[in-house]
Design a protein around this ligand. Structure first.
Ligand SMILES: [Mg+2]
Length: 263
């Protein structure tokens, strides 16, 4: 990881859009500070597009797509996306309604069995807004020891579940998507951006392990300072890192990127 101020004008000028993680990247422990929201508006005013890519539920995506200055919101780690169209918001997912129902039933059975094995596990409080996954709270209201998280991950994977861990949540799903595949699908289908072009021209900003697919896939990537907690577990760390943590780090990245672009 290089210090943020080493980014060159050429790299900054190649950027056509930003893909942004939400928790502990834009949000500070779940809270949206003025500085971070101001940075989102600065991005929009500069003419760059931005997308939110989060593990948060579909229900959040519908609200954010309606209210925030972004071109779309990809939720549930790539599975369900939202786009503002005219005065409304539309939902996009690759799974048909019938298939979604079948997967839901199977997923509920597996998670029930997992909770029987680990009765101390608690569901995250945003499950009512989710479509594709069931999510356990490992660091939001509950503090689950890392060793126990590893045990749960190993068992869930052995049962054929896709497991994604963020700084706060452990997501269990039967969908194959991750943040990178979900974002590339949305960019192609909804914004007409060729995936190869997206990988070279869209930059990613994140902080955690569920961002690993995006840190690995996109050529220009940024971490807020708190990414240092997970760097040893990322096969490819972000290219540049901010001095500030969370929302302040995000605003610092936006400031540097726009300054280098001369906008
Ligand atoms: Mg995050």
């Amino acid at each position: 990881m290089r210090p943020l101020d080493q980014i060159t004008e050429e790299e900054a000028r190649r950027v056509e859009g930003l893909i942004l993680d939400l928790d502990d990247t834009i949000l500070d422990h779940g809270y949206l500070e003025e500085e971070a929201f101001g940075a989102l508006h600065r991005v929009a005013r500069s003419g760059l597009l931005s997308l939110i890519a989060t593990g948060r539920p579909a229900g959040w995506g519908e609200v954010l797509a309606r209210q925030w200055p972004v071109a779309g919101v990809v939720t549930e780690n790539g599975a369900v996306a939202f786009q503002r169209i005219g005065a409304g918001v539309e939902r996009f997912e690759r799974v048909s309604p019938g298939e979604r129902q079948q997967r839901r039933h199977l997923l509920e059975c597996r998670v029930e069995a997992l909770q029987e094995r680990f009765p101390e596990l608690r569901l995250a409080d945003d499950n009512g807004l989710r479509r594709s996954d069931i999510t356990l709270d490992v660091g939001e209201r509950e503090q689950v020891p890392a060793g126990l998280v590893r045990e749960v991950v190993a068992l869930a994977k052995s049962w054929g579940l896709r497991v994604t861990v963020s700084s706060i949540h452990l997501h269990l799903s039967l969908d194959g998507d991750d943040k990178a595949s979900g974002v590339l699908w949305f960019l192609r289908e909804r914004l007409g951006v060729d995936p190869t072009r997206a990988l070279g021209r869209w930059a990613f900003v994140g902080d955690s392990l569920n961002d690993a697919p995006c840190f690995g896939a996109f050529s220009l990537t940024f971490g807020v300072a708190n990414v240092s907690r997970y760097v040893s577990q990322l096969s490819r760390p972000p290219r540049y890192v901010a001095k500030g943590e969370r929302g302040a780090g995000f605003a610092e990245i936006v400031g540097m990127l726009l300054a280098r672009r001369g906008s």
